[in-house]
Design a protein around this ligand. Structure first.
Ligand code: UDP
Ligand code: MG
Length: 312
């Protein structure tokens, strides 16, 4: 008998819990036939609605349903990590509660792992139907940029919906960093991954938890977590401006010695331009260094990623 753990991070998903459960359990017969049991771990990420209550309700009806209740909202990354840590399954899958990750794909994903020997089966949506165009545009640019800057493969449109073997899960758990960016971590650990594609499904009920600003900050976190290219860029700026300054100095000295400067006030405007440009670049580079420093600061504090209030 094998065990499949399903991890579902939830934040204010009261209207989706039961629908999700019903939809997932449509796969029950398939897995029973394969001699695979299912355990379901809902991670309640500090919801302010009835999410936890409804999961408890499910737990009373079905003992395969478990709950990890956080003391406040810690973010989806913390929720996934808590779920992965708790999962005992030989196979583990992470999926969203809003049915944007179709549970009907599970049997196919399972077959790739068991019959074809993949270590993980990941999913990506091939379109961004139903998403604001501005958001799609920035998302695409982000994926282009981060893939240029980082050697972890981060795939455009990749969802966190992924079925993994025990070995794959254990390697993910071995990365204990506080600033987690799972899309990068999944790629970083390596192994053989099969990609399945599906068309974007709009959220069933409730609202997305990601505002444009939250996504933007998440993208920055991803870059800082998986690339040191911005630091190198800051150094390149430094070298470039030293070089320019050197050329200016030679130019001014040579001009003074040959033709001279008949009018001392000439050059005031250009001096101001150069000073403000260079100080802008300096602050920008200082900001980049600050970003890395702040992440390092959070890492060395070694705070827990989440705090559990109750577990079922
Ligand atoms: N989620 C979470 N904590 C958060 C934000 C989101 O656990 O702070 C969960 C949410 O309940 C859902 C999943 O993460 O199951 C994906 O969130 P959402 O659907 O809002 O993101 P989108 O699909 O719009 O990218
Ligand atoms: Mg969603």
């Amino acid at each position: 008998m094998k065990l499949l753990s399903v991890i579902v991070p939830c934040y204010n998903e009261q209207d989706n819990i039961f629908d999700f459960y019903d939809e997932l359990m449509k796969n029950e017969a398939f897995f029973k036939e394969k001699d695979v049991e299912i355990e379901l771990i809902f991670v309640n990420d500090g919801s302010k609605d009835e999410t936890a209550k409804r999961v408890r309700n499910l737990h009373d009806r079905d003992e395969r349903v478990h709950l990890i209740d956080f003391s406040r909202n810690f973010g989806k990354e913390a929720g996934m990590y808590a779920g992965l840590k708790r999962a005992k399954g030989d196979y583990v899958v992470v999926m969203d509660c809003d049915l944007q990750d179709p549970p009907a794909l599970l049997p196919e994903m399972y077959k790739y792992i068991v019959d074809e020997g993949y270590d993980s089966v990941a999913t990506r949506r091939v379109d961004r139907k139903g998403e604001p165009p501005i958001r799609s545009f920035f998302a695409r640019q982000f994926y282009k940029l981060i893939n240029k800057m980082s050697n972890a493969e981060i795939i455009d449109g990749a969802r966190d919906y992924r079925l993994m073997t025990r070995q794959f899960v254990d390697s993910i758990l071995s990365l204990e960093e506080y600033n987690r960016f799972s899309k990068g971590i999944f790629g970083w650990v390596g192994f053989n991954t099969k990609w399945l594609e599906f068309e974007n499904i709009e959220r069933k009920k409730g609202e997305t938890k990601w505002s444009f600003w939250k996504l933007f900050l998440y993208a920055l976190d991803g870059i800082v977590a998986f690339s040191t290219a911005p630091l190198a860029m800051a150094s390149v700026f430094g070298v470039l401006f030293c070089f320019l300054a050197f050329i200016f100095i030679i130019f001014i000295v040579v001009r003074q010695l040959t033709v001279g400067d008949p009018n001392n006030t000439v050059g005031w405007a250009s001096t101001i331009c150069i000073i403000s440009l260079v100080s802008g670049v300096q602050l920008f580079c200082l900001g980049i260094v600050g970003q890395y420093l702040s992440k390092a600061y959070l890492e060395v504090k070694k705070r827990p990623m989440y705090i559990v209030k109750e577990e079922l």
